[in-house]
Design a protein around this ligand. Structure first.
Ligand code: CO
Length: 460
């Protein structure tokens, strides 16, 4: 049989633990399995970016850059991969271009190979600087299409995004289905259309949330996708990725060469079993996230967003209004030009829909973030903003036409001056720019630990 290659990206160190245990896995929990992971034959290991950076500083008292260097030191042959939110880097607002360029260069210098870069609105101007910096630094730039369903998101629009990603010089493209709503047939059609129109390898990223993930990956493979993202079985399923071992088993019988050693995968999973047990015992892992949730397929909104809406309404003692809010949510999304429902837009749309229902009048009160969005500060809306809403927010003002980042002054030198000797290297300054409060607290703790150990040594 003709053997077709299929790249497997293992996500246990980033997306899987982010989806199941709020990114709380300390480096010490997985250090001893890294050499085995390096030998297993994965195409890449997603191990950094996303929420890992914030979590290291905020909860784990780890220097995220040091974590990256340590992982790199164990990975002799396997590529390291990370997720980057374009101009937002690993944070939640836009950073200046000088920050983005320095940050991306430092990612590569500290050992990263592949940087997967996306913008929540698919406004590709917001990934251009990061993509360019990645290419300049010799990294592999993977441009993303955020997958969503709406009357304006069709194959034609996605192919046009794919062509722009190719023109930007990206080395590969990823279809990023963060909510697990892409059906097997939609995936087949999209991968096929992209492959007919662009020559970049196409990677598919989904979650098992709605139960479609495994089927979607099979159709991705049939359509000629270059690779898929999977999680070792004990960290798979539910809001995480489909299981690595199961996908490899099925794909191998279908004539794909996944490049991995099934016994090695089994040993790696055995390593992570007790790690997961620990998180079950301390309550961080809630088995609820593993159940299949099909609401997203009915309401066309991600599962996480639905649970947020329910929580909001319960807090307001208004859970009986849920049906009305679920009807209002797609209307608000349409008014805003159909933004993909990912962070932060999913929260913004959900809150506005709730407010519209509870106040009994649409847009009687308009959220601050929604106003910024309409002014163009998040990027360009995928579709047209409802004229009445645009006028209510903008009045005579014109929405921004350029990139928001262009209005931001350079940040690096000011941050370096502010930190003074507390910053030991450029990476520290970047940590501070990304998460000022968390980074300063981390530096203070680090200083105290250093002084303490120094004093003990003196006494001895
Ligand atoms: Co994901």
């Amino acid at each position: 049989m003709f053997v077709k290659p299929m790249h497997i990206t293992e996500t246990v160190l980033r997306d899987a633990q982010q989806s199941l245990i709020a990114t709380r896995m300390p480096f010490d929990d997985f250090e001893t399995v890294l050499d085995q992971m390096d030998q297993a034959g994965y195409y890449s290991i997603e191990c950094w970016g996303g929420a890992t950076f914030d979590s290291c500083l905020r909860y784990l008292n780890e220097d995220p850059w040091e974590r990256l260097r340590k992982i790199r030191s164990h990975m002799k042959q396997t590529k390291l991969q990370m997720l980057l939110r374009g101009q937002n880097l690993l944070g939640y607002h836009h950073y200046s271009d000088d920050t983005v360029r320095r940050f991306v260069r430092k990612c590569i210098e500290n050992g990263m190979d592949i940087i997967r870069i996306f913008d929540a609105l698919n406004d590709l101007r917001n990934i251009e600087t990061a993509v360019d910096a990645c290419i300049q630094a010799g990294g592999h730039a993977q441009g993303c299409i955020c997958y969503t369903l709406s009357p304006i998101h069709n194959l034609e629009m996605f192919v046009s995004l794919g062509k722009q990603i190719e023109a930007m010089g990206c080395h590969s493209l990823c279809i990023k289905d963060m909510a697990g709503i892409m059906s097997p047939q939609e995936c087949y059609d999209l991968v096929t259309a992209l492959r007919q129109n662009i020559s970049l390898p196409v990677y598919v990223h989904t979650h098992a949330t709605t139960g479609l993930g495994y089927m979607t990956y099979l159709k991705a493979a049939e359509a000629g996708a270059a690779g898929i993202d999977c999680a070792t079985s004990c960290f798979s399923g539910g809001t995480s990725q489909p299981a690595t071992e199961s996908m490899v088993y099925a794909l191998t019988q279908m004539g794909f060469d996944c490049g991995v050693d099934a016994r090695a995968l089994n040993r790696i999973n055995n390593f992570f079993l007790p790690v997961k047990e620990e998180f079950s015992a301390n309550g961080m892992f809630d088995p609820y996230v593993l159940s299949t949730k099909t609401d997203a397929l009915v309401y066309q909104i991600p599962g996480g967003m639905l649970s947020n809406l329910v929580a909001q309404l319960k807090a307001q003692n208004a859970i009986d209004r849920l049906d009305e809010v679920l009807e209002e949510t797609p209307r608000v999304r349409a008014d805003l030009g159909y933004p993909p429902l990912v962070t932060p837009l999913s929260q913004m749309v959900g809150v506005q829909a709730t407010v519209n229902v509870l106040l009994g009048e649409r847009y009687k009160s308009i959220g601050k973030e929604i106003k910024s969005y309409i002014r163009g500060e998040y990027g360009k809306a995928p579709g047209k903003i409802a004229p009445a809403l645009a006028e209510a927010v903008l009045g005579e003002e014109q929405p921004m036409t350029g990139r928001y980042a262009e209005t931001l002054p350079p940040e690096f030198e000011a941050a370096r001056a502010h930190l003074g000797s507390r910053a030991r290297c450029e990476e520290d300054v970047l940590s501070y720019i990304a998460f000022p409060q968390q980074a300063e607290q981390f530096f203070d703790r680090r200083e105290r630990t250093f002084t303490a150990s120094y004093t003990i040594k003196e006494v001895i």
